[in-house]
Design a protein around this ligand. Structure first.
Ligand code: GDP
Ligand code: IMO
Ligand code: MG
Length: 417
């Protein structure tokens, strides 16, 4: 048995390839924990050539030995979760017997989704949210007006809370919306009471489950959603998500002490992508960006929106490494650069880096491309020397070891350095 707690954190604007790495590493862990966000996340794993996207289930759940936890810091749309459990059940041993859902996680309701849509429509500066109700449900949590999963354990109380919330939220949304808002109360009640009954056996004090696991020296993998630059505190605010996406959020979102986290693995693409609005200094709004998008199949795993693409940004990466205390890195999607004749990296912001990314001049260094496929490479020495140089340059610049290099979506397309 392995005694360790490992955080796995996205270091850019999400979609770095966390799902692939979490799936690959998690067979050696007893527990895999989602600690932040909700079904705004889309984590892709490829197993036996088939690809699956997890939105709220931990990406390690397909390994029958893994116990999955959806922790205190998450927000849950019960219909998405229930459907995902059914889907996962077709691929692995009964998920509901080894999944625990935090009683402290907040429940996403139709009014959160409606409000997400209304707010986005009214904003002069659009965020480009996933429209999954994420901002409004975290808003309710902070206002102390939310409903938590624990309510589902008491059907009478839950029914009462539901009825009150439906009429209050409908009245409120009609005040702020230009269009009339009407909720089908009977349908909402029927649906949510159904999910409450189904999910009931899995709802637990997951923090105490994990602290007990720590006492028994079991291994825990903490699976971050989104990426550091989308963090509510440290990202490119206001163009961020509404939860902490950094390692600090893993302790409050899972209910375990910071001192229990031994290592933090940072997941970073060999270039950068972003879905939605907000600053993106190294974005290539040209044929190079289009080529990155095409070679990397850069379409959102949750919303299908095209991802914006650009070159690797070392000052932003260093910032993300420092905030999370990253102990090693996985460099993803190296193969996407295989056919570029020249590859650039931003090495410096002339006026210094800030996650607010005020207008600034960037300094780039360019590297000759290797112009040959890397997907078959199984070891460091099989990589083309020019690809090795590119990786070595990054490693030296950021003073952090790159221990994993990913050259394809499949589990085997991975080099351990
Ligand atoms: P996550 O949100 O961080 O889990 O990442 P997503 O699943 O949203 O997006 C990553 C995409 O890249 C998925 O389609 C993966 O299957 C794919 N992917 C992961 N690693 C690699 C890689 O090394 N090479 C290529 N070509 N694709 C990869
Ligand atoms: P994973 O876990 C990429 C982005 C949205 C939007 C902003 C706010 O797959 O990496 P929200 O719906 O959270 O209020 O949207 O955050 N966003 C993501 N971008 N990957 C994600 O998750 C994301 N989750 C949210 O596009 O710009
Ligand atoms: Mg994703």
């Amino acid at each position: 048995m392995m005694r360790s707690t490992l955080g796995v954190i996205g270091l850019q604007w999400g979609d770095e390839g966390k799902g692939k790495i979490v799936h690959r590493l998690s067979r050696d862990f007893s527990y895999v924990v989602r600690f932040n966000g909700g079904n705004n996340a889309g984590h892709t794993i490829v197993q036996n050539g088939q690809s699956f996207v997890f939105h709220i289930l931990p990406s390690g759940i397909l390994h029958p030995s893994v116990i999955g936890i959806i922790g205190d810091g998450t927000v849950i749309d019960p219909s998405i979760l229930w459907n995902e459990i059914q889907e996962a059940n077709r691929l692995t041993d009964s998920v509901q017997n080894r999944l625990f859902i935090s009683e402290n996680a907040h429940v996403i309701f139709p009014w959160h989704i409606e409000m997400d849509i209304i707010l986005e429509k009214q904003r002069s500066c659009k965020i480009g949210t996933t429209k999954r109700g994420i901002g409004p449900v975290y808003g309710d949590k902070i206002y102390r007006t939310g409903i938590r999963m624990r309510s589902m354990l008491q059907p009478v109380t839950f029914l009462k809370e539901l009825k009150e919330a439906i009429s209050e939220k409908e009245a409120f949304l009609n005040q702020i919306s230009q269009e009339p808002v009407h909720f089908d109360a009977k349908k909402i009640i029927d649906d949510y009471m159904f999910y409450a009954e189904k999910l009931h056996p899995m709802i637990k004090d997951t923090g105490s489950v994990l602290r007990e696991a720590l006492r028994k020296e079991k291994s825990i993998l903490l699976e971050g959603a989104q990426g550091t630059l989308l963090d509510i505190n440290y990202g490119s605010y206001p163009y961020v998500t509404s939860s902490p996406t950094t390692i600090g959020g893993a302790t409050t979102g899972a209910g375990i002490p910071p001192s229990s986290i031994h290592d933090v693995l940072g997941i970073v693409k060999a270039y950068v992508t972003r879905v939605g609005e907000g600053p993106f200094p190294t974005e290539q709004k040209n044929e190079l960006g289009e080529k990155l998008a095409q070679e990397g199949h850069e379409f959102g795993a949750t919303t299908g929106r095209p991802r914006r693409c650009g070159w690797l940004d070392l000052p932003a990466l260093q910032y993300a490494i420092d905030i999370n205390g990253i102990t090693s890195l996985a460099l993803m999607k190296l193969d996407v650069l295989d056919s570029f004749s020249e590859i650039a990296i931003c090495t410096e912001y002339k006026n210094g880096f800030s996650p607010a990314f005020t207008e600034t001049e960037l300094i780039y260094q360019t590297f000759p491309g290797w112009n040959q496929p890397t997907r078959h490479c199984k070891t460091w020495s099989e990589l083309p020397p020019k690809a090795q140089n590119y990786i070595q340059f990054i490693e030296d610049a950021i003073h952090c070891p790159i221990n994993i290099i990913s050259v394809g979506p499949g589990e085997k397309e991975t080099i351990l350095k």
